[in-house]
Design a protein around this ligand. Structure first.
Ligand SMILES: C[S@@+](CC[C@H](N)C(=O)[O-])C[C@H]1O[C@@H](n2cnc3c(N)ncnc32)[C@H](O)[C@@H]1O
Length: 215
């Protein structure tokens, strides 16, 4: 279990290389500075940024194959999980969809500062984003499951992996999905909070994939 800033850093470092860790340290620094100007993350979580936000996002990499198509993150907000994933896997194509102007400006500035040329910030409501096939769809604290599926289903194929950190309401949220669709999802325990769950869907069912080194 990831229960401190130290264990969060060690866990995250196990999933990426040293250059990616340096990018994440840079991101943490930028985020702390920006958080004094806009309320990106709750003040109560600033001192546990690695545990509550960075490692919490990084753990999603344990559920995706080494090769994946476009990673689509819905309602990225301050950058979680999509910007963290883009910083850890700079060669992957990661789209961050966010509708709030100030969040979009922040995400664009952070993406540029971290030189993430394969990451694109889409400053639109998801409803206005044209269809394409995503390899991964992630969303943390974006919308309840029925709404999320209604909004994002058109980006999904049989190969798409869904990664939906849901906090403590995961099982309840999944139960609200129509029976016919529920069987494609299951809940895994979050490593950053024993009471929180991640709803996982698509072809990568069952146990967590082996932690992957980037190099
Ligand atoms: C509760 S925040 C979560 C932010 C981030 N995923 C996290 O976990 O820290 C939800 C975000 O989704 C964005 N959002 C809500 N509805 C949206 C929509 N239809 N299209 C794009 N972004 C949306 C909001 O602006 C907000 O930044």
């Amino acid at each position: 279990m990831i229960d401190s800033e130290e264990t969060a850093r060690v866990f995250t470092a196990g999933l990426c290389d040293a250059a990616a860790m340096a990018r994440l340290e840079h991101l943490a620094e930028l985020l702390r500075a920006e958080n004094t100007r806009q309320n990106l993350i709750a003040r109560a979580t600033v001192d546990s940024l690695w545990q509550r936000h960075i490692a919490d996002s990084a753990q999603l990499l344990c559920y995706v194959p080494r090769e994946t198509g476009v990673w689509l993150d819905l309602g990225t907000g301050a950058g979680f999980p999509g910007l963290v994933i883009a910083a850890m896997r700079p060669d992957w194509t990661v789209y961050l969809v966010e509708s709030r102007k100030r969040r979009v400006e922040w995400l664009d500035a952070a993406r540029e500062a971290l030189q993430l040329s394969h990451c694109r910030v889409i400053g639109e409501r998801l409803e206005n984003v044209p269809d394409f096939s995503a390899g991964v769809i992630s969303a943390r604290a974006f919308a309840p499951m029925p709404r999320l599926l209604e909004l994002a289903g058109r980006f999904s194929t049989k190969q798409t992996v869904w990664l939906l950190p849901k906090g403590r309401s995961a099982a309840q949220d999944l139960a609200s999905v129509a029976k016919s669709r529920r069987s494609m999802f299951h809940v895994e325990q979050s490593l950053t909070d024993p009471e929180a769950g991640i709803i996982i869907g698509g072809p990568v069912q069952g146990a967590r994939l082996e932690a992957r080194q980037a190099s």
